[in-house]
Design a binder for this molecule. Structure first.
Ligand code: AMP
Length: 283
């Protein structure tokens, strides 16, 4: 499995793998590859932009990278899980003072600085425009200021870097987030191993948006409370020994609903309300 060795996707990717149950050992941070201590899986730490090619060539079976990198590579790969982080878009941006307001205004010979030369070329080829692509490995935003290019194709998330460099977006080539990606070939060879990994990561992501809530509630309010918590399969209701005026409920709820749920339960006479994090959730 290939994992970004640095950059924006690195920290959260490693966090997800560890929470999914992979034991990378103690000094994984200084290594280029590690063999998980508890599973038959080897992790290689490489650049996010190289991962699509490595999967395509069969050097690795799966990886985590941005959809922008997959799109740029042009490789036909299988995106098996969206990870909900690393959101950004690859956009055409022009200086605020430029006469170019839409892609149609871009003339043949226009100089475009980008770290995404392949997808940029395909995009402008498809529009029949003969542009001059200048490949840079970063800091594309300052290229118009330096006179290196007229416009850029670059990643945008909040848009503040563009603003700081007096650039405006005129069109988006691709929307992106981090994904687990594999290939048809790898799936045909080791589908169950790959899907075990994917399902583990999915269960961590699902669990992170939820909380486990426990409370002792008045028996006479139980019907009302059950309706409030449709939960995954409704609350689990348990007797409390020696009490017939109270029962215990356990339920999985959305993190965002915790505030209201606790207040409502309190108003209905609940006692001993606890909320706990969930490590993994397999539905
Ligand atoms: P990096 O390794 O830091 O150059 O970035 C790797 C990936 O992070 C990119 O290919 C995108 O998928 C993702 N990313 C998310 N937001 C941004 C952003 N604002 N700028 C650059 N990369 C981003």
């Amino acid at each position: 499995m290939a994992v970004p060795n640095k950059g924006r996707l690195h920290d959260r990717t490693v966090d997800l793998l560890m929470k999914s149950g992979l034991d990378l050992g103690e000094d994984w941070g200084r290594k280029l590859y590690v063999t998980a201590k508890n599973q038959d899986i080897e992790i290689v730490f490489v650049r996010a932009q190289d991962i699509p090619e490595f999967i395509n060539s069969g050097a690795v079976d799966l990886g985590i990278t941005g959809q922008d990198q997959i799109a740029n590579s042009g490789c036909k790969l299988e995106e098996v899980l969206e990870l909900g982080f690393g959101h950004c878009r690859l956009s055409v941006a022009v200086p605020e003072s430029s006469k170019i307001k839409t892609v149609d205004d871009i003339k043949d010979g226009c100089r475009i600085a980008t770290s995404f030369p392949k997808i940029t070329k395909r995009f402008f080829d498809a529009k029949g425009k003969k542009v001059n692509i200048i490949e840079v490995s970063g800091a594309a935003e300052i290229m118009p200021y330096m006179g290196v290019s007229d416009i850029i194709v670059d990643l945008v998330s909040s848009g503040s870097t563009l603003k700081m460099n007096r650039l405006v977006e005129i069109e988006t080539l691709v929307q992106s987030q981090a994904v687990v990606v594999t290939s048809k070939k790898a799936l045909s060879k080791s589908k169950s191993g790959i899907m075990d990994m994917v399902n583990s990561i999915r269960s961590v992501i699902e669990a992170e948006s939820k909380k486990y809530l426990m409370a002792d509630v008045p028996t006479k309010k139980l019907d009302e409370i059950v309706k409030l918590f449709p939960g995954l399969a409704g609350p689990t209701v348990m007797n409390i020994s020696g009490r017939d005026d109270m029962v215990a409920i356990h339920v999985v709820i959305e993190k965002n609903d915790v505030y209201e749920a606790v207040n409502t339960l309190q108003k209905l006479g609940a006692k001993g309300i606890l909320t706990l994090p969930i490590d993994r959730l397999v539905q």
